[in-house]
Design a protein around this ligand. Sequence first.
Ligand code: BG6
Length: 489
Amino acid sequence: MTSMNVETCTVVIFGAMGDLALRKLFPALYQLDRMHLLPDGVRIMALGLEIETEATENARIIGSLRRFVPAEELDEDALGRFVERLCYQAMDFLLAEDYLLLADRLEGHGQLIAYFATPAALYGSICAGLAGVDLAGRTRVVLEKPIGHDLKSSRVINNEVAQYFPEDRTYRIDHYLGKETVQNLVALRFANSLFETQWNHDYISHVEITVAEQVGIEGRWGYFDKAGQLRDMVQNHLLQLLCLLAMDPPSDLSADSIRDEKVKVLKALAPINPSLLFGQVVRGQYVKGYIQGQAVPGYLDEPNANAESDTETFVALRVEVRNWRWAGVPFYLRTGKRMPEKLSQIVIHFKAPPHYIFAAEQRPLIDNKLIIKLQPNESITLQVMTKEQGLDKGMQLRGGPLQLNFSDAFGTSRVPDAYERLLLEVMQGKQNLFVRKDEIEHAWAWCDQLISGMRAQGESPKPYVAGSWGPTGSIALIARDGRNWYGDA
Ligand code: BG6
């Protein structure tokens, strides 16, 4: 083991030549190696139908590292060391004989980490294949999202996996949980009594969660069109952020204590049924426009698009958490593709003081906010009211930021990618940052009723121009409560 308690193990990647593995998993493992966090004995076995010779695959992986790792982090020694860890096997994940060959190759390898970077429809067969050659007992399995497309299908997949792997060896990824600032939410809330004492309906008026992306569909039309932004982003990433913001303090930091609290939030989400859709949900679909001055096509003009699609690429929601802490506090969520900038941000709006003593015309200025920027340029800003300085100013109020910018404050030169953290945690056998089966199921149950309500209503998503903040209905959704999205230009 290293000082980080990383166990010697073999990481076996199913679907190793797919986009996720090349774009995220190999770069993350390389970075861990470069930072000397992998013990010498760690091996990486890449599996896929299309695997060719070792030389060809080494070249392919080095090529993708050169593409996805920033040039200044490519160190030739580290690359050489990393390639030494790699081995390959061509494999059809549905063929029992291929698992026999795999078991031979893995003889004597000890702890295994099987990362499923494949469609979820294959998870059950891969688990059965591993169990069939007696590999299951020493394996932790890592499941990528999406696990199913609704409650029913996610249960089928989870149950198939559970036949062979107990929950304490099943690691369900939501990569947002591996982001540094997302973990910081727990520190911010529970290591600062300053915030936790105010974290309820007495002091908070409303909360915004924005996850905006500049990218469009990135060649994933086939997948995305069946999912849409609600299943692709809200069911997992945004609900996880909501849970971490809204949950009660866990009794300790163990995986189950945290996950128990998150589940309570999911159970308390108020259903949004068809009669409530108006005013609580807005769906959008981008049409052609400009992103950073570059013309980009509309969703229906993307390669391989079905011009009739009514899949949403944007969704805004007004959500309520029905419990004592959050009674009457709306959570406004919005997420979309082809937005003006990449931005993941949480804004907590505090209520005005109960008794106002300053000039009447300055009253609208009073607006304490805590702004937590998850990406890019991670920072936490507390917007506070002060007095304008100067002899001529009297008691004139002014809002100003108390700001903690992570890279300036702590000199952090690079923020590790979420997958680096998550892979490290699996190797350490820690499940805090992974999603438990019941969490996924409650999240699906809530999304299912919303999706079926939208289907029953039969309205198409509203168009919005690529490079804008979504359809005007999204502005109206929050404006109906007399508010606006923070920071929209
Ligand atoms: C993935 C979604 O889970 O998250 C993608 O499938 C999305 O559609 C991505 O682009 C966003 O992740 P990040 O880390 O870039 O915010």
